[in-house]
Design a protein around this ligand. Structure first.
Ligand code: FES
Length: 76
C-alpha cells in the first residue's frame, strides 16, 4: 500500500495514502496544502483529517521505528 514517511521534530511519522472512502490513492497538493483523492474528490488537510467530500475518517497514521538502520512501519 502507498505510504508517506516524514521526519519531524518528534521523530519519523508515517501515513497511509489510501483514501478512507473507497481506497483510492490520495496525492499531496502543495498549492492547497491538502491531500486530494481523484476518485470522488475527497480532501484531507495536512494532518490527514477529512475536510471535504465523502471521506469521513482521517488518513490512517502508521507507527514508524528505526532499528539498526532499518525503517519499520506498521499499525500503531
Ligand atoms: Fe477517495 Fe472516494 S475513494 S473520495
Amino acid at each position: 500500500d502507498p505510504i508517506e514517511l516524514r521526519e519531524t521534530a518528534a521523530g519519523p511519522v508515517g501515513r497511509s495514502l489510501l483514501c478512507t472512502h473507497f481506497g483510492c490513492r490520495v496525492q499531496w497538493e502543495a498549492e492547497t496544502g491538502s491531500y486530494h483523492c481523484p476518485c470522488h474528490e475527497a480532501r484531507f488537510d495536512g494532518e490527514g483529517r477529512p475536510v471535504y467530500g465523502p471521506a469521513l475518517r482521517p488518513l490512517r497514521s502508521l507507527r514508524v521505528e528505526v532499528e539498526g538502520g532499518q525503517v519499520l512501519v506498521g499499525d500503531p
